[in-house]
Design a protein around this ligand. Structure first.
Ligand code: SF4
Length: 364
């Protein structure tokens, strides 16, 4: 039976986060060694299968249609394009492909059917397949599972309180409900957040309370450092310090001992020494590829050089869980229900989001 604790309080997590640095690092590294091979790091490739034009107002995101950024929008990629990218990722050491679409939520129809076909195609390449498509219903999650999906990503982004300062078009409970819908299948859950959005340490701890009290805890948790993109409401945020990043990774490792903690956006701003400290503190997954959806990421060769220098090995696919079976579309036991779920639209006003929107209107 797992000894993982599911009733962490904010104060307990703050006490861990604020420990003397060396003590925190030692404790996190000890937990890490007990639960994982410290020399193995899982490598995922993030692929933007549909870029830009999103209806949401996430303050950190250049893909929101309402802000003026230099992102080039793209319609949904073809299955063949995705297959070619997946093969490329596999040849450079990735065990997982994560496909991201800039959607508020999944809608039944041709595009979703195309995504299901992408899932089948990548699973047949013997790679772990992850999707991040926005909110999903239970039926949609089951259809993804049947196609052979390994993981579904849906980040909580921050604490429930600070989430309201960043996004006004979606509710926190809808995020949790989507995670719950995924949990009704055998698809694993990937959920994490972003630091450096102007939140305080209590908010970071609050996010970790929300994640660590899920039972089971997410199988993977990306920790992103904000990449402030011009034109977005958070464009003026200062880069997060490496010390904060290491503290966040170490705290996540301690409160979620079995989870794969992923270094995600913001790695270009980190030195190799900084990344090495994160691996020591319990990070055991990275996103590879020169782009993370739309923001820059270190080159794959640079990552492989770093792995060599640190004696790290990429994790083989399906090390943590057996490969799901793919059911072909014609044999599916689920049909599109054409649901119209009532996901929340809080629509409160966030001043900096409104200002960025007004600025974009003036430019256009
Ligand atoms: S983070 Fe996702 S939902 Fe939010 S604006 Fe960007 S693409 Fe849309």
């Amino acid at each position: 039976m797992s000894a993982t604790k599911h009733n962490w309080t904010k104060q307990e997590i703050l006490d861990i986060y604020n420990k003397p640095f060396m003590e925190l690092l030692y404790e996190a590294a000890t937990v890490h060694r007990k639960n994982h091979d410290p020399n193995t790091v899982q490598v995922s490739t993030l692929l933007s299968i549909k870029t830009g034009g999103c209806s949401e107002d996430c303050g950190y995101c250049p893909q929101a249609a309402r802000y003026h950024t230099d992102i080039e929008g793209n319609d949904l990629m073809s299955v063949q394009q995705v297959k070619a990218q997946a093969l490329r990722a596999k040849s450079t050491g990735s065990s997982r492909v994560c496909m991201g679409a800039a959607w508020r939520n999944v809608k039944d129809g041709e595009e979703f059917d195309q995504v299901l076909e992408m899932v089948r195609t990548i699973n047949k390449l013997d790679m772990e397949v992850c999707c991040t498509l926005g909110m999903v219903t239970e039926n949609q999650a089951k259809r993804l599972a049947e196609a052979g999906l390994y993981a579904y990503n849906h980040n909580l982004d921050s604490s429930e309180e600070y989430y309201k300062e960043v996004i006004s078009t979606r509710g926190y409970q809808d995020r949790l409900d989507t995670i719950d819908n995924v949990r009704k299948t055998n698809v694993t859950v990937c959920s994490g957040g972003i630091i450096g959005m102007g939140e305080n340490i209590e908010d970071r701890a609050g996010m970790l309370v929300a994640l660590s009290t899920l039972n089971p805890q997410p199988e993977s948790t990306p920790i992103n450092a904000l990449v402030a993109v011009e034109g977005t409401p958070l464009e003026d945020q200062k880069p997060v310090s490496i010390w904060d990043m290491v503290r966040m990774v170490a705290t996540t490792r301690i409160v979620m001992p079995e989870t794969q903690v992923r270094l995600s956006a913001g790695r270009t701003q980190m030195s190799r020494e900084g990344q090495a400290m994160c691996f020591f503190a319990g990070a055991n997954s990275i996103f590879a590829g020169d782009k993370l959806l739309t923001t820059p990421n270190p080159d794959v060769n640079e990552d492989m050089e770093m792995f060599k220098m640190l004696g790290l090995n990429p994790q083989k696919p399906f090390t943590k869980k057996v490969q799901p079976q793919t059911v072909e579309a014609k044999d599916s036991e689920f049909e599109a229900l054409g649901e119209k779920p009532k996901w929340t639209r809080p629509e409160h006003t966030i001043e900096r989001n409104e200002a960025a929107k007004a600025k974009a209107k003036a430019v256009k």
